[in-house]
Write a protein that binds this ligand. Structure first.
Ligand code: F6R
Length: 603
């Protein structure tokens, strides 16, 4: 996820910007840049890779007077991680940094190109600076030009803009992406896309609201909303850097669970249009000659792949199979060229998945990576990539990466369905409405978290957990069990509910915990009778469902039952929080569970 910083004052501008960016490193990035305006001159530096590359490039540069600067760490979404795509983006006399996604950038870009503007990068961000300059040339008033620019933008953004047309000011705007502005006792002004960049510098801050915009200068912060001047609601900035990185949460895993609404919004942005699914990353020939999909991955990524194989068959009417990469490698698999080979990986470095991908390439298959890290080995090797846009995931137990993988593949199944015309317009519209609802579905309400926290004390012992579900909810059961075992060290299995009577039900007694995923929209009666069978054998049942279930020992009522996938995502969050709270009660290291590594680069 990208990071933004800004500063106005007399201190060493470059050092302040780079320090701020360093505090945002934890969010993940693949390039960084700064632009500094001092005595009417703008200097800009960009580097791909780590911040030390930017520091190396700027080592002979320093400022000595009052000035201002903006900085950015970029996590690639539109276009590769190159210097040209790194922020700040330059117009003729202005620079901009931006977090978020400008949804209407393609139409704006076309209009600007038609009026003679030349674009240097592949990013959506670059339209902002050109649009501002075009407006400025027409209006000759920087603030009015900025206001007009912001009005034209659709999508999510946190923007800082500096311009030689008004060299004493930083213009800012926020909508959907976080932005904080603060000042110290001297009146120097700081910007950051997270608290972490401001701690130790600003003493009081304003958390900007969506729709806020304005400018800052040596005279202070000037805030506007809907063309009206707005009061400054300053708050003291307290806290330490690590807790700021965790956004006030106890663990990175908890932060990442809560972040799912935001990152799923990023995942769908620009890809879900009013009447179709669009992937800029896939060209018109993408699906030519393909009659089968094979998905290959490990761990959580395998679970997301398994879930989505149901969607590929159901929505896109295409034969789909899923393989565990470490098994696939050595089974001497038969591969045919009409197969699209899809690898899923959060890190993009998992050794088994990477090797399976190499095998598929060698066999001449078309390959697609669903991945969270641009420029990773898997991305570099694949013919096509769809980035999941989850931002860096620090908790070893994967949460938001899983959520975004499922989302990307749900969209992909619809994209293929569109292409193959296996879905009606009405059904597609219903799916699009459902996708847009998901960021709301995964928001965590305090009452829900509190309830799970209280329940968790009853699930700390026993001789094992069975997470059970049917259809799409079977892979979700696998994932729920994987989360629990990773961080609680308790034995947990995910099982297809209908399979219990073929063996595992022998384990049922009051010390066997059944976590039953009982969606209203997917075979409710079938799963209900499977759970009744377990209840009859005295298994302790925690039912998760929108429908009351009398035989449950514990019951978590879900709220979103308008679509199977809403139920899927809401239940996903519940199982994640359940695992987290059990682990906390057992005193385990939630973020770094024993024996596990975040990226498994060995076989
Ligand atoms: C579980 C988890 C692992 C990974 C697996 C594959 O929480 O994170 O099971 O999913 O090691 O990793 P990636 O997705 O990076 O290929």
């Amino acid at each position: 996820m990208c990071g933004i910083v800004g500063y106005i004052g007399k201190d060493a501008i470059k050092d302040i910007l780079v320090d701020g960016l360093r505090e945002l490193e934890y969010r993940g990035y693949d390039s960084a840049g700064i632009a500094i305006l001092e005595e009417d001159e703008i200097q800009s530096f960009k580097a791909i890779g780590k911040l030390k590359n930017l520091e190396e490039k700027t080592k002979d540069f320093s400022t000595h007077h009052f000035g201002l600067g903006i900085g950015h760490t970029r996590w690639a979404t539109h276009g590769k991680p190159t210097e040209l795509n790194a922020h700040p983006h330059l117009g003729e006399f202005s620079y901009v940094v931006h977090n978020g996604i400008i949804e209407n950038y393609q139409e704006l870009k076309k209009e600007l190109q038609a009026s003679g503007v030349h674009f240097l990068s592949q990013t959506d961000t670059e339209v902002i600076v050109h649009l501002f300059e075009k407006n400025y040339k027409e209006i000759n008033d920087p603030m009015a030009a900025f206001e007009k620019t912001v009005e034209t933008l659709e999508g999510a953004y946190a923007i800082l803009l500096i311009t030689k047309a008004d060299p004493q000011k930083i213009y800012f705007a926020k909508n959907g992406s976080p932005m904080i502005v603060g000042n110290d006792a001297k009146g120097d002004i700081y910007f950051g896309s997270s608290d972490a960049a401001l701690i130790g510098k600003a003493t009081e801050v304003i958390y900007l609201a969506d729709g806020d915009y304005g400018y800052t200068s040596a005279d202070g912060i000037f805030l506007y909303h809907d063309k009206e001047k707005k009061g400054l609601n300053k708050k003291p900035l307290i806290g330490d850097k690590v807790s700021a990185q965790k956004n006030g949460h106890r663990f990175f895993m908890e932060k990442e669970i809560y972040e799912q609404s935001e990152v799923l919004g990023d995942t769908i942005m620009g890809r879900v249009l009013d009447d179709q699914i669009k992937f800029d990353e896939l060209d018109a020939n993408f699906f030519d000659g393909i009659s089968e999909i094979k998905i290959c991955a490990c761990g959580t990524s395998y679970n997301s792949g398994l879930a989505c194989s149901y969607l590929f068959e159901r929505q896109a009417k295409i034969k789909s199979s899923v393989e565990i990469a470490s098994e696939f490698r050595y089974k001497e698999p038969l591969m045919s060229k009409d197969t699209l080979f899809v690898v899923i990986s959060q890190s993009g470095e998992t050794a088994d998945t990477l090797e399976a991908l190499k095998m598929a390439k060698k066999a001449g298959l078309k390959t697609l990576a669903i991945c969270n890290v641009d420029n990773s080995s898997i991305v570099r090797l694949s013919d096509y990539t769809l980035l999941t846009r989850a931002g860096i995931e620090k908790g070893v137990a994967s949460t938001k990466a899983f959520a975004t993988q499922v989302m990307v593949m749900w969209m992909l199944s619809l994209y293929i369905a569109q292409h193959k015309k296996t879905i009606s317009e009405k059904a597609l519209q219903d799916e699009i409405d459902a996708i847009r609802h998901i960021p709301t579905t995964v928001m965590v309400e305090d009452a829900l978290h509190e309830k799970i926290k209280r329940l968790s004390k009853r699930y700390l012992h026993g001789h094992g957990f069975f997470f059970i579900g049917r259809d799409l909810f079977f892979p979700l059961a696998l994932e729920g069990a994987l989360k629990l075992k990773e961080i609680s060290y308790l034995h947990a299995e995910g099982y297809p509910a209908g399979e219990m009577k073929h063996g595992p039900i022998a384990l049922a007694d009051s010390e066997l915990f059944t976590i039953a995923l009982m969606p209203k929209n997917v075979h409710y009666d079938k799963i209900k009778s499977n759970v009744e069978e377990l209840s009859a054998r005295d298994s302790t049942i925690l039912a998760i469902s929108p429908l009351a279930f009398d035989l449950a020992d514990d019951f978590i009522k879900t709220q979103h039952d308008n679509h199977p996938m809403s139920e899927f995502f809401e239940m996903m969050v519940i199982t994640q929080i359940l695992a987290l709270e059990i682990s906390v009660r057992l005193g385990n290291d939630v973020d770094m569970p024993r024996n596990l590594a975040k990226s498994v680069t060995v076989e």
